[in-house]
Design a protein around this ligand. Structure first.
Ligand SMILES: C[S@@+](CC[C@H](N)C(=O)[O-])C[C@H]1O[C@@H](n2cnc3c(N)ncnc32)[C@H](O)[C@@H]1O
Length: 339
């Protein structure tokens, strides 16, 4: 597949693997103390019925059956898949038959509509997107799972947390920092949905409690009046490194333009990772103070949200910490609050 026409670069894509999202969960790091507790209750309510509608090699079902507590609760564990001989064949992106109202535990395929085009597998998945307003296969899978089960535990991309997908049944969300899959380092989240409509959800990173989802989203809000701030201005007086580096040393930061060292002619309208920005009306002498206040506020909201106010960016850095990206909407709010 051609990924860069300008550089004439190509990469090999496994068409079946990409279109079916066949990245298996070979590790059990997703079954944290909180998720286990959620499943204990869910399995009581479902009379021990358990279902993985995207079962693959069945790792998730095996992990639950092997668990000392949960294993004893499971009366029947079944799965579906669209391929292979392990399970009954079912297209679970169309519908998930579940007459027993079994608890669904699953790791559905992830594939964004736009990446399907880029990866050349559009034809294989077009029918799902044609019948849905969702733009990623995992969201279609999640809609189907929530429609057919009272309790759903889904391993999905961490970006779900900041997304607009309805979260009124979300009870618990656990961000998994360790790599869960054998062959991809996609940042993952274990999302646990219950039967009832709820006001808020508990959020954890691994075993550590971060707070509620509302508290985290609140940290992205700002009451400061909106200022004119121009991003991607090559002559801007402030540089912005909007992503954490892979070395674990260089974090997201606002930096004085003269110290930034990033070629200003590399900045284009679509720049999202490294850029210059301009805040008109601020005197040159006040720029250093604005930068230091903005970095302090950023550090504070990163710390208070356990980093979850920021979207994940690629995988983890060399120290094992998940890399993050600061979107310009939040960068604008931070700067506005500091003016
Ligand atoms: C991400 S893998 C997960 C496998 C397993 N649950 C795990 O975590 O190891 C996704 C699985 O969904 C299956 N799949 C893809 N599209 C499907 C569809 N439309 N209906 C049912 N299964 C599908 C793939 O064949 C693959 O086995």
């Amino acid at each position: 597949m051609l990924v860069s026409k300008a550089k004439n670069r190509t990469v090999e894509v496994d068409i079946d693997k990409v279109s079916l999202g066949s990245f298996y969960t070979t590790k059990s790091g997703w079954l944290t103390h909180q998720v286990r507790h959620f499943l204990e209750n869910a399995l009581i309510e479902s009379n021990g019925y358990l279902l993985d509608p995207f079962a693959g090699d069945g790792h998730l079902l095996e992990t639950i059956k092997a668990d000392l507590i949960l294993g004893r609760q499971v009366k029947q564990a079944t799965g579906f898949d669209i391929q292979g001989a392990n399970w009954a064949i079912n297209d679970s992106l169309v519908a998930i038959p579940n007459p027993e109202r079994a608890v669904i535990v699953t790791n559905p395929p992830y594939l964004a509509n736009h990446s399907a085009k880029r990866k050349g597998v559009e034809q294989l998945v077009a029918k799902y997107f044609a019948n849905s307003t969702q733009k990623n296969l995992y969201r279609i899978a999640l809609e189907n799972a929530l429609a057919s089960a009272d309790y759903v535990v889904a391993i999905i991309p961490e970006t779900f947390l900041l997304s607009t997908f309805p979260k009124h049944r979300l009870e618990l969300a656990v961000v998994i920092q360790d790599q869960l899959f054998a062959d991809t380092d996609a940042p993952a989240l274990v999302a646990c949905f219950g039967k009832k409509v709820r006001d808020d959800a508990h959020v954890f990173t691994g075993e550590q409690s971060i707070g509620t989802l509302k508290e985290i989203l609140f940290l992205r809000q700002s009451n400061a009046p909106k200022q004119n701030i121009y991003f991607n201005d090559p002559n801007g007086r402030i540089g912005l490194r909007a992503v954490d580096g892979s070395d674990g040393k260089t974090s997201i930061a606002f930096v004085a333009a003269k110290d930034f060292g990033y070629p200003s002619d590399s900045v284009v309208v679509s720049s999202r990772l490294m850029t210059y920005l301009e805040v008109p009306g601020v005197a040159d002498v006040d720029i250093p103070e604005l930068i230091s206040k903005a970095n302090a506020l950023l550090a504070s909201i990163r710390q208070r949200s356990g980093d979850l106010v920021l979207a994940p960016f690629k995988g983890n850095d060399r120290t094992g910490r998940r890399r993050r990206r600061l979107d310009y909407a939040l960068a604008r709010k931070i700067l506005s609050s500091c003016l």
